[in-house]
Ligand binder design. Structure first.
Ligand SMILES: Cc1ncc(COP(=O)(O)O)c(C=O)c1O
Length: 288
C-alpha cells in the first residue's frame, strides 16, 4: 500500500492524472490477493477507478473459508474474471462485471445507420455490442449459464474447495521433502515451488560464492523437469519466475484433479528430477 500511495503522489507531482488502479485478485504464480479494502479506500479518496483483476481468482469468493481475503472486492468499479479458468468452462470465456454499465456505453457504443433499420423496434434489452469493443460476438454466456445450471453454486463450491485441498496437499508434500523447496503459502489453486537436491542447497547455504552457480543450475534443472513431464502425459506443469528464480508451477483448475493426481505428479517430478540431475549436473560443471 505504501508503494501504491507513493506512486500516485509521484504521478500527481509530475502533473500526471492517475485514473485507474488495478488490484490483483489471485495472481497467476502464487494466487496472491491484494489488500482490496485498503485499495478501495485509496481509490475512493482520490476518485480513481478501482479495477480488480480476478481473472484467476475472483470466483474463489464463493468459498466461505476464503471470503475474508476478498473483503473490499464489492467496492470495485469493475472486476474481470475468467470462467475458462477456475470455473472449468471450455475455452475461451472471459468476463467483466461493471458497477455502472453506462460508463462502458459512453466509451464503446456505436451507432450506424445499417444497424438501425427503418423502424424502431420495441426491444429494450441489452445490446452487448454497445458495452465493449466487439460487435459481432458469440453467445459465450450460454456455456457459463449452462454450467451453473448443471452444477449449481454448491457444485462449484465443492470443485473449488477440492482444488484448494490439492494445492494444500502439494504444499505439504513439498515441505515434507528434502529435495523440494516451498516458496510461498498455498492459496486458491496455484502453487509454485522448486526441485532442489539437498546437497546443492547445503553447498549454496554454506558458501556465497557457490550460490550463484547453484541457482543458475537449479533454474536449468527445473526447466528441464517441466519439459520432461509435459512429454510424460502425466501432467502439464509449466515453469514461471519467482524471486528471479525459475520454478515449477502447478495450476489445479481442472474439476477432475484429485490429491491422488497430485501425488502421482509429485512422484513423477521427483523421478524426473533425480534422473535429469544425474546427467545435467556434470555437463553444467556444478561440482559439490
Ligand atoms: C491475473 C490475470 N489477469 C489477466 C489474464 C488474462 O486473461 P485472458 O487470457 O483470459 O485474456 C490472466 C491470464 O492468465 C491472468 O492470470
Amino acid at each position: 500500500m505504501d508503494a501504491l500511495v507513493e506512486r500516485l503522489d509521484r504521478d500527481e507531482a509530475d502533473g500526471d492524472v492517475p485514473f485507474c488502479v488495478v488490484a490483483q485478485v489471485g495472481s497467476i504464480n502464487v494466487g496472491a490477493i491484494d489488500p482490496l479494502e485498503a485499495i478501495a479506500d485509496v481509490c475512493a479518496a482520490r476518485d480513481i477507478w478501482f479495477h480488480a483483476d480476478g481473472a484467476c481468482g475472483a470466483v474463489g469468493a464463493i468459498l466461505p473459508e476464503k471470503r475474508p481475503q476478498y473483503a473490499g472486492l464489492d467496492r470495485a468499479d469493475s472486476v474481470t474474471l475468467d470462467p475458462h479458468k477456475w470455473l472449468s468452462v471450455p475455452y475461451e470465456c472471459g468476463c467483466v462485471l461493471v458497477r455502472d454499465p453506462s460508463a462502458m456505453a459512453r466509451s464503446f457504443a456505436m451507432h450506424a445507420s445499417y444497424l438501425e433499420g427503418t423502424e424502431r423496434t420495441p426491444y429494450e434489452g441489452l445490446d452487448y455490442y454497445e458495452l465493449g469493443p466487439q460487435m459481432s460476438r458469440g453467445f459465450r454466456a450460454l456455456k457459463v449459464w449452462m454450467s451453473l445450471k448443471h452444477l449449481g453454486v454448491e457444485g462449484y463450491r465443492s470443485h473449488l474447495s477440492r482444488a484448494v485441498r490439492c494445492t494444500e496437499h502439494l504444499d505439504a508434500r513439498v515441505r515434507d521433502a528434502d529435495d523440494f523447496v516451498a516458496l510461498h503459502e498455498p492459496n486458491l489453486y496455484l502453487y509454485s515451488f522448486q526441485y532442489a537436491p539437498p546437497d546443492l542447497r547445503a553447498a549454496a547455504a554454506a558458501d556465497a560464492n557457490v550460490r550463484e552457480a547453484v541457482d543458475d543450475y537449479l533454474d536449468a534443472l527445473n526447466r528441464r523437469i517441466a519439459d520432461e513431464i509435459q512429454l510424460s502425459d502425466v501432467a502439464f506443469v509449466m515453469t514461471t519466475s519467482i524471486y528471479d528464480r525459475t520454478v515449477l508451477r502447478l495450476s489445479v483448475c481442472s474439476h477432475r484433479t484429485t490429491t491422488d493426481d497430485i501425488d502421482q505428479t509429485f512422484e513423477t517430478l521427483r523421478d524426473i528430477g533425480e534422473r535429469e540431475d544425474a546427467t545435467l549436473r556434470e555437463s553444467f560443471g556444478v561440482a559439490v
